[in-house]
Design a protein around this ligand. Structure first.
Ligand SMILES: NC(=O)C1=CN([C@@H]2O[C@H](COP(=O)(O)OP(=O)(O)OC[C@H]3O[C@@H](n4cnc5c(N)ncnc54)[C@H](O)[C@@H]3O)[C@@H](O)[C@H]2O)[C@@H](O)CC1
Ligand SMILES: Nc1ncnc2c1ncn2[C@@H]1O[C@H](COP(=O)(O)OP(=O)(O)O)[C@@H](O)[C@H]1O
Ligand SMILES: [K+]
Length: 500
């Protein structure tokens, strides 16, 4: 079976492992395949590595390391296995791998505070079996791996990372590349784990469909390729009314730019008509930058002005620069009475957290960053980040609608749908205003007919992928939200010939 875009929990992987071992009638077979796959990864990434250090832990991850060491040895490489002192000898399948390596003439040494010189370090300390933060010798060995200077290949998981949740409870290996086995692990694609994983690849170890009996993926992983099929082609005879009308509400005094960025992104992602309701002082600068937008200056966010705009629009994007002033609060009853699909961001979420909004309809999209998510759930930001997938699911259940939990490895969750983790985006995007661009992006897709969950997933991916393209033009520092505009347009038209 090939990669299928699924992400799995530790429990799911354990079940998968057990099913496959039962089918194969030999619990050593998978480890042998893992070791061989790891050796192939070495040949693919570091074909010239002559001296290889393999740091092996006490469990099956260490068994994978010994299998790899055996292949490297057989191919004439200079191999040193380094193990942890004071751990009980490996049992079961790992013991068999140790025996095979030793019988092939392999050398092993106990970690004494230093690692031998090498062209490549392999991290086979801990995989999915990590049960607490590494301490003592394990922590020192991880420190030695990280300061060694050679590239680091992590087997299955960078040791020290919780592969189920993405949390990093203590010190963890800083991998150049991680080779995942069997299926991708949910925790390696979101949150702090992204600091440790390096690039990543998967070897499925030749699993078969029947191995998945009783195994449910916990999420799907979306990469930029998904954009090729996400957006419907336009009819030749289409007109602007068919591409949706977005009403953007926000931009109180001092925050006028936020709602301009929402409007610009919505236009670049293809909304047919974009209207902005903002403070009167912000109308002229908005129109100077984006004459394509329609703008209404409102000293009161309600009444006839807003009612007319609300009646005409297909989607309301509210929150960027909105503030929590009386001006902002005035809008809430009008917007909620209008019954239009909503995208709630920034201060609209803060108003939701303090129950200023009534219950939101199920086709609403909330786009919190971790701080806003914490306010919505009444917990701390670290609580949210400890298990981003669970946090997004919990928020979606609580509000009964779609939630986009932003940040490295954005997670989209909705009741009754399998969550999606966005495998795109970069730290250049950590700058004020970037979320406003996401709000406009998602609102435009919603206006063009995607349902709430599809618009949220596609919008988050489009936004992150545009950030990845824009960052190539000059680096992460100084990347601006509006730099994404040309790339949003480019990537929203996947059938347009690629200029690269
Ligand atoms: N069993 C199988 O069939 C397969 C297992 N595979 C490998 O096996 C790994 C899982 O193996 P295990 O379940 O043995 O688990 P691990 O090898 O990941 O780790 C468990 C071992 O590490 C110790 N440990 C965990 N956290 C520690 C800490 N913080 N400090 C010190 N010691 C700690 C445990 O006491 C145990 O001895 C996978 O990640 C994968 O690399 C692969 O070979 C594929 C097939
Ligand atoms: N390190 C990162 N990696 C990937 N994406 C990021 C990173 N930092 C921020 N982003 C993205 O940039 C956007 C920032 O949004 P937000 O925090 O709401 O900013 P603002 O409120 O200033 O507009 C989100 O879409 C988020 O996912
Ligand atoms: K590892």
């Amino acid at each position: 079976m090939h990669e299928d875009g699924t992400l799995h929990s530790i429990d799911g992987l354990r079940r998968l492992e057990a099913n496959a071992a039962r089918r194969l009638g030999d619990d050593r077979a998978l480890m042998r395949r893992a070791g061989l796959a790891a050796w192939h990864a070495v040949l693919a990434h570091w074909p010239d590595a002559r001296r290889i250090v393999v740091a092996c832990g006490p469990g099956n991850n260490g068994g994978d390391g010994h299998e790899l060491a055996m292949h490297a040895l057989a191919c004439g490489r200079d191999v040193s296995v380094v193990g942890l002192p004071a751990t009980s000898p490996a049992g079961g399948t790992a013991a068999e791998a140790v025996r095979r390596y030793t019988e092939a003439g392999g050398r092993s040494q106990v970690f004494d505070g230093r690692l031998p010189h090498a062209d490549l370090v392999v991290d086979a300390l801990f995989g999915i079996g990590l049960h607490r933060a590494p301490e003592g010798d394990a922590a020192r060995l991880i420190e030695a791996i990280n300061s060694h200077g050679a590239p680091v290949l992590a087997l299955d998981v960078p040791s020290g990372v919780d592969a189920g949740t993405g949390t990093v409870p203590g010190i963890a290996v800083q991998a150049s590349h991680t080779l995942e086995f069997m299926r991708r692990k949910a925790g390696l694609w979101t949150g702090a784990a992204l600091n440790h994983r390096g690039t990543a690849s998967l070897d499925t170890l030749e699993l078969e469909t029947t191995d998945f009996d009783g195994v449910e993926a916990v999420a799907m992983r979306w990469t930029v390729d998904a954009l090729a099929h996400a957006l419907p082609a336009r009819r030749r005879d289409s007109h602007k009314g068919q591409h949706g009308r977005v009403l953007c509400i926000g931009g109180d005094h001092g925050h006028g730019g936020a709602i301009v960025m929402v409007a610009e992104a919505a236009l670049r992602v293809g909304a047919g008509l974009v209207e902005v309701a903002t403070r009167p002082a912000h109308v002229a600068p908005l129109l100077a930058r984006r004459p394509e937008a329609m703008a209404r200056g409102c000293d009161v966010l309600g009444g006839v002005t807003l009612e007319g705009s609300l009646a005409a629009c297909d989607v309301v994007a509210i929150g960027p620069g909105l503030s929590q002033s009386e001006w902002a609060r005035e809008a809430v009853p009008w917007v909620s009475r209008a019954g239009k699909p909503l995208v709630l961001d920034a201060d609209a979420l803060n108003l939701l957290a303090e129950s200023a909004w009534p219950v939101v309809p199920s086709d609403t999209i909330l786009t919190p960053h971790p701080g806003e998510a914490a306010r919505l759930l009444g917990v701390t930001t670290p609580d949210i980040q400890r298990d981003r997938l669970a946090s997004a699911r919990q928020l979606a259940e609580r509000h009964g609608c779609t939630v986009v939990l932003k940040g490295a490895g954005t997670v989209v969750a909705s009741p009754g749908r399998r969550p999606v983790v966005i495998a795109a985006g970069n730290p250049g995007m950590a700058v004020g205003g970037m979320g406003d661009v996401l709000t406009g992006t998602i609102a435009a897709l919603r206006a063009q007919g995607l349902d709430a969950f599809e618009a949220a997933c596609t919008g988050a991916l489009l936004h992150a992928a545009a950030g990845d393209r824009a960052v190539l033009e000059g680096g992460a520092r100084g990347l601006l939200p509006t730099d994404l505009s040309p790339w949003l347009r480019r990537l929203a038209n996947p059938d347009f010939p690629d200029p690269r």
